[in-house]
Design a protein around this ligand. Structure first.
Ligand code: ADP
Ligand code: MG
Length: 489
């Protein structure tokens, strides 16, 4: 008998993604492991990156600012206007190769950097350059002569924490400012937190579980903190996200240090989170930057749907049409809903002779880091991912996103007979993995049954957009789609 877990599609009413995984939270680790990670080993090989294709100005035209008090802020047309240090300007021009600030940078940086350094809630499109806002904020506010944690940034996944610290180290290369990445490590590489030395680094970026443990064990002092950043802040403060950890961390910092500036960044803030977040910072005078909901769905990335009869047909569409016709358009991320779905699709594509890799939360941390590095270095072209990479992951060469499974809210409840609801925020973030900083991109949503139809139309309704259909076996349709997206000539 063959192994029971072969790649044949599951019974008609069940997709691979419906065979639920046990654990949902990919990044938090409750074990007290020591968080020392050599991020340098993960550095990206720039030479392998191709130069920017398909570049437009990122669209952040309609950010609305609500400022508090009578501090006048003018947005900055150049980085020089921000009174950044010479070392930071060198980092921006020489290392990052940036020429001028994007809209969100121009608007938010004066608010972040200028006294009285108010708290800030900032929403801006995916790929519009939010990382630079808070990285410059952290680097500018650190006193280089003081060897103690002065800036802390908390991110929902280890991949995002690593990516952010890489940006920070590159941008801050000439500043001499020290940093540490606080993320869960594989057990075999770690010594207990209680036995590690206290953190001396001036900037710490990490995931909530590890940061909370470091604080509990008094290894991360907060008395000198000047700035606390939450990247993907809506997820960090959502009930079904990291709300408890984030609030505990905030309270602990407030206890010792009521002047710490808090920055909350995300592309999405739904109404519940928006109200909650506003209440958090409301105690002090603060600034807000928001984008209207209907302006959030990115025009730069074209959205398509392909109706298919079953899961096998999804694989056929990916193989014979999307891969075939989109062969030279750049890198691709295929999003699936569960670890099981990731494993099965990976196996199926490998059996068909494709070189793909897949990442999901159950892998060893080393393995996750390796897969991300290979993809960032351009050694792999196709990456299958659960929503562990749905947010924040920045790889400019990604021009195609495939939603093999649509993002679903309340997956477990649905199985018990609940009306399916799409996770529109996750959808927006997945789409945002393509079209970084105004680049072109396309998203193909694979629609297989009644449930998918409902989810897709709810997504369309939510964003007030029509997602164009591409016929399953029409080479012409795929070509036209990629042309319209600006990816084929
Ligand atoms: P966000 O967090 O808003 O989704 P990122 O901060 O990850 O976006 O930035 C998206 C991409 O844009 C990154 O690859 C980054 O290097 C690039 N980028 C950011 N700011 C600038 C700029 N001022 N000029 C050129 N490229 C930029
Ligand atoms: Mg980001």
């Amino acid at each position: 008998m063959a192994e029971p877990s072969n790649t044949s599609p599951p019974p008609a009413t069940m997709s691979w993604a419906d065979q639920a995984d046990e654990e949902t939270n990919p990044s938090s680790s409750s074990t007290a492991e020591t968080p020392t990670l050599n991020v340098d080993e993960l550095a990206i090989d720039e030479d392998k990156k191709s130069s920017a294709k398909f570049l437009d100005d990122p669209d952040d035209s309609n950010i609305q600012a609500v400022t508090s008090g009578d501090t006048p802020y003018t947005s900055a047309a150049t980085f020089e206007e921000l009174s950044l240090s010479a070392e930071l300007l060198k980092g921006l021009y020489v290392e990052m190769k940036f020429q001028k600030p994007s809209k969100i940078q121009a608007v938010s940086l004066p608010m972040i950097l200028n006294p009285p350094n108010r708290d800030l809630i900032a929403q801006a499109h995916n790929g519009s350059g939010k990382t630079t806002c808070f990285v410059l904020g952290m680097l500018s506010r650190v006193d280089p002569t003081l060897q103690a944690p002065q800036a802390l940034c908390i991110c929902p996944t280890r991949e995002l924490a690593i990516q952010n610290i890489e940006v920070l180290r590159k941008m801050g290369k000439y500043t001499g400012i020290s940093s540490e990445c606080a993320v869960p490590m594989d057990r075999r590489d770690s010594i207990p937190i209680s036995k590690r030395s206290p953190i001396m680094a001036q900037i710490v970026i990490g995931t909530p579980g590890t940061i909370k443990n470091l604080m509990t064990y008094k290894k991360l002092g907060v008395t000198r903190l000047k700035i606390l950043v939450f990247d993907e802040a809506d997820q960090m403060l959502a009930e079904d996200g990291f709300k408890d950890d984030s609030l505990r961390i905030m309270k602990e910092i407030e206890k010792f240090n009521s002047n710490c500036q808090v920055l909350l960044f995300s592309a999405t803030f739904n109404d519940v989170v928006k109200n909650f977040v506003t209440r958090i910072v409301e105690k002090k005078e603060h600034n807000k930057l928001f984008v209207k909901k209907e302006e959030l769905s990115l025009d730069a990335v074209k959205q398509y749907k392909v109706r298919v009869p079953d899961e096998l047909a999804k694989i056929e569409v990916i193989k014979s049409y999307i891969f075939e016709i989109g062969e030279n358009v750049g890198q691709t991320i295929i999003f699936v809903r569960t670890r099981n779905s990731a494993k099965m699709l990976h196996k199926a594509l490998v059996e068909l002779g494709y070189e793909v890799t897949s990442i999901q939360g159950a892998l060893e941390h080393d393995e996750r880091d390796k897969i991300v590095k290979e993809f960032k270095d351009g050694l792999t072209q196709v990456l299958i991912s659960t929503d562990v990479l749905a947010r924040g992951f920045d790889q400019q060469q990604v021009n195609l996103v495939i939603n093999y499974d649509l993002p679903l809210k309340y997956a477990a409840e649905y199985i018990r007979g609940r009306e399916p609801e799409p996770d529109c925020e996750v959808y927006l973030h997945r789409v945002g993995r393509a079209g970084r900083f105004g680049r072109k991109g396309a998203v193909f949503n694979l629609i297989c049954d009644e449930r998918d139809e409902k989810l897709m139309s709810k997504i369309e309704k939510h964003f007030g957009t029509h997602v164009t259909e591409v016929r399953e076996r029409s080479v012409e349709d795929y070509k036209a789609a990629l042309k319209e997206a600006g990816l084929l000539i």
